[in-house]
Design a protein. Structure first.
Ligand SMILES: [Zn+2]
Ligand SMILES: [Zn+2]
Length: 351
């Protein structure tokens, strides 16, 4: 089989050819059909995140060492299974939950494997979906997606799940409270569609790009704002019930400040994006305004199952996808890096 891997950080992906893996124990082998291409893949190829102030978070220091077969939005058909996997349904089309933990710590036992400190995520620590075959350690990470468009379904494992898990942290009353989504790119648009399906009726969307604001309006945003416009803060501060929560899909100093400045008392800011940077914060404001500043990182297995059910029930398409052959993995990465992507790029190993 062929796989596309980072063999040295900062370098283009390399095509590696090797024997097909043989599933052992509880492992399941998938024939890849689709794998989404994510900004996280760009960070993984570069080997670091920008922490602001010239500092970097090195992936090598976090146990990520080349070769890394990228790709964590994996959808495929079950080809084979190890002797302890049980009845898995050979030939079944499944979506993979990639945010796998150690399986034994308190976080993992509580069903929050995505927060495990010793994660064994597919496409990060274990070989991912930029490959013709993928080994999944246990059938419990497989979710039935028969009937869904395979390219769109693949993106649920990261971009869809990230938006959904952030929305689950909003709390409050979705029919009354104002929710602000910062950034109307792929994740923001997914969140907007999901928020409506979850019953949110007061949704504001902030983006500096006029075309993205127009898109958000077309998708049902109740209010769109340009955060660079001084009137945007005034508009949010003047909302009758105030701004209850903000989800920041950009995550730089300006967007974080924008959320903190416009939340009502008791408001909640949820950072998802990792554009990078840092802010200084007047600490007395946290208790005086009873603010909650929190982060959200992908989501857990239960949330992915709930998300797939929600998408099936409402017939939702969260993000537009463009499908390319698996062999164009490096080209897809370059296009994403250049920002020349309207929706989500998805690699395909079948026509
Ligand atoms: Zn991702
Ligand atoms: Zn764990």
């Amino acid at each position: 089989m062929k796989r596309f891997a980072v063999t040295a950080f900062g370098r283009p992906l390399c095509a590696l050819v090797e024997d097909d893996p043989v599933p052992r124990g509880s492992e399941v082998l998938l024939d890849l059909e689709r794998c989404g291409v994510c900004h996280t893949d760009l960070h993984l190829r570069e080997g670091h995140y920008d922490l602001g102030g010239g500092r970097r978070l090195s992936l090598a220091d976090r146990g990520v060492t080349p070769p890394v077969t990228l790709g964590h939005e994996i959808l495929g058909r079950i080809a084979a299974a190890g002797p302890e996997a049980g009845e898995v349904g050979i030939g079944r089309r499944v979506l993979v939950f990639p945010w796998i933990g150690c399986g034994t710590c308190h976080r993992c036992l509580a069903g929050e494997e995505n927060l495990c400190a010793a994660g064994r995520c597919l496409g990060v620590h274990r070989p991912g979906g930029f490959a013709e075959k993928v080994v999944v350690p246990h059938p419990r990470y497989l979710i039935d997606v028969e009937g869904l468009d395979p390219s769109a379904a693949a993106t649920l494992a990261c971009s869809g799940l990230t938006a959904y898990s952030a929305l689950r942290k909003v709390g409050g009353d979705p029919a009354r409270d104002w929710l602000l989504l910062i950034g109307a790119g792929g994740l923001g648009q997914s969140a907007l569609r999901l928020a409506r399906a979850l019953g949110h009726t007061r949704i504001a969307v902030a983006d500096t790009a006029p075309d993205k604001r127009a898109r958000a309006l077309a998708l049902g945003a109740d209010l769109v704002l340009d955060p660079a416009d001084p009137g945007a803060r005034t508009a949010l501060l003047g909302l009758e019930t105030g701004l209850a929560a903000a989800i920041d899909f950009v995550g730089n100093a300006e967007t974080t400040r924008f959320a903190i400045d416009t939340l009502r008392r008791g408001g909640r800011s949820i950072t998802v994006g990792m554009f990078g940077g840092e802010i200084s914060l007047s600490l007395p404001l946290l208790p005086l305004r009873a603010l909650t500043l929190t982060g959200s990182y992908v989501g857990n297995l239960g949330e992915l199952r709930d998300l797939v059910a929600l998408v099936k029930t409402h017939g939702l398409t969260l993000v537009e996808t463009e499908t390319l052959p698996l062999a164009q993995a490096e080209e897809a990465m370059r296009r994403l890096e250049a920002g020349a992507v309207a929706g989500r790029l998805v690699l395909s190993n079948r026509s």
